[in-house]
Design a protein around this ligand. Structure first.
Ligand SMILES: *Cc1c(COP(=O)(O)O)cnc(C)c1O
Length: 448
């Protein structure tokens, strides 16, 4: 199929290489020859003779076919795999500044009407129930835009003890200091613990922290954290609250106003079926003048001004296929958030079956409220690893033989998996496969 797709691209190239007045005889011949090749490939597909060829991109880049060949339970990849419409957008809008064909005054990405990029910005804001939204190259760039706008040197930011490294870096980059809220004994961040940390930091530094930034669901356990309670506490101290929705926006309903967030950040490539890098930064009207401040700079030689370009966005952000693919996925993404309960049911179905394999444990909160889970198989699959000549890799071998990929290769103790987007029959297959491996190595399996 890739051969066929690439041959179609070869045919497309003939048009790109030709003049605007149509194909010359030579180009017609070239086109016909490639069409002939395509027909041969299609015939081979029809006869079931399609051989996975030595097809590469630019001679040395292997094709990526893991989503076609396998069940992918990789924790960060599951909800970022592209929708069909997004893949079409990548093909059509891959050229550099492809979003800019119809950019008109005042020359800003979020004002473009063809394609409907402006409307998409309004839709995104409504999607997370906030007032304004901008697309950004990853959740991390959303954090950065906020820290840059709000913090000065030495300012503290309250983060979770499960915070993502990019949150730390976004604080460090502006000379701020991240301060972690300790977890409770269920590995959750509570409003009380956040209040206590704010008090401590204020006492120690003599200054109120400049921002509270907490993950809605964290990346280590995918436990739910009380973002509503935390937002309320932050506001009691007059501190703005950023809700990190990298693992929520695009897979479950997120209501920024109900949470009480000043900022909601999402990751396109993690949770919105979009290419990397992409993401969303949404905010209330209150913070827009600060975080989306427009340029006031004037060239000292040329006297040039730059209109309404936003400083924190460096003018424009996602200027090609990333944005259009994000837009193309959006109807699908919006719809799938309404199916979140079903995703959680599948997650719990699998985890329950895994727990039936004697010695397996779940380290995340349980029952699960998310499709990402941290499990501990020290008491089950790791017991085999201690004597197996391939050590922990035997487990990855067994999984990949069954067409399952994405677990951390060699890990048989604490590791993470994500069942997001698997169909029921795929989830059952996944659970059956784990039991199958357990049987093979004589690990007791409880059937209930
Ligand atoms: C993945 C992740 C990020 C980073 O997201 P990008 O879109 O890749 O920048 C930030 N925070 C959390 C909790 C994450 O899981």
């Amino acid at each position: 199929m890739f051969e066929a797709l690439f041959t179609l691209e070869d045919m497309r190239q003939v048009f790109r290489d030709s003049g605007p007045t149509g194909l010359s005889d030579e180009e017609e011949a070239k086109f016909a020859a490639r069409l002939g090749t395509l027909k041969e490939i299609i015939q081979a597909i029809e006869k079931g003779e399609g051989v996975p060829g030595p097809v590469r991109i630019a001679g040395n880049i292997d094709l990526r076919t893991r989503e076609e060949h396998a069940l992918n339970i990789q924790p960060i990849q599951a909800a970022g795999r592209l929708s069909l419409e997004a893949r079409k957008a990548v093909i059509s809008y891959g050229d550099g500044y492809s979003t800019c064909d119809q950019c008109r005054k005042p020359f800003r990405l979020d004002r473009i009407t063809h394609p409907a990029i402006g409307q998409f910005h309004l839709d995104l804001a409504r999607f997370v129930n906030m007032d304004q939204a901008r697309v950004v190259p990853g959740a991390r760039r959303g954090f950065q835009a906020v820290t840059q706008a709000l913090l000065g040197k030495g300012d503290s930011v309250i983060v979770s003890s499960l915070a993502h490294y990019t949150e730390f870096l976004s604080v460090e980059g502006v000379g701020g200091v991240a301060k972690e809220v300790p977890l409770d004994d269920t590995n959750r961040v509570t409003a009380d613990a956040t209040a206590e940390k704010i008090e401590t930091v204020t006492r120690e530094t003599g200054r109120t922290p400049g921002l509270v930034m907490i993950d809605h669901y964290d990346y280590q356990y995918a436990n739910e954290h009380d973002v509503r309670g935390i937002a309320r506490v932050a506001h009691q101290y007059d501190i703005p609250f950023l809700c990190n929705g990298a693992y929520t926006v695009g897979i479950m309903p997120v209501d920024g106003k109900a949470i009480g967030a000043d900022f909601v950040v999402g990751s396109g490539h993690k949770s919105m079926a979009s290419p990397a890098p992409s993401g969303v930064l949404a905010m209330t009207d209150e913070w827009a003048p600060k975080v989306l401040r427009t340029t006031a700079m004037v060239g000292d030689v040329t006297n040039r001004k730059f209109g309404i370009k936003e400083v924190g966005m460096l003018g424009c952000t996602l200027m090609g296929s990333n944005l259009i693919a994000m837009m193309a996925s959006f109807p699908h993404v919006r719809e799938r958030t309404t199916q979140w309960d079903e995703e959680v049911r599948k997650s719990n179905f699998f985890i329950r079956r895994l727990l039936g394999i004697d010695g397996s444990r779940v380290l995340s909160e349980y029952p699960r409220k998310h499709s990402l889970t941290k499990v501990d198989t020290t008491g089950s699959f790791d017991r085999v690893a201690t004597t197996h000549k391939r050590r922990g890799f035997y487990f990855s071998d067994e999984l990949s033989e069954r067409g399952i990929v994405g677990e951390f290769a060699g890990a048989t103790r604490a590791w993470k998996l994500n069942t997001y987007g698997l169909t029921w029959s795929q989830v059952r297959y996944l659970a059956d496969s784990f039991e199958d491996i357990a049987h093979k190595y004589n690990l007791p399996v409880r059937l209930d």
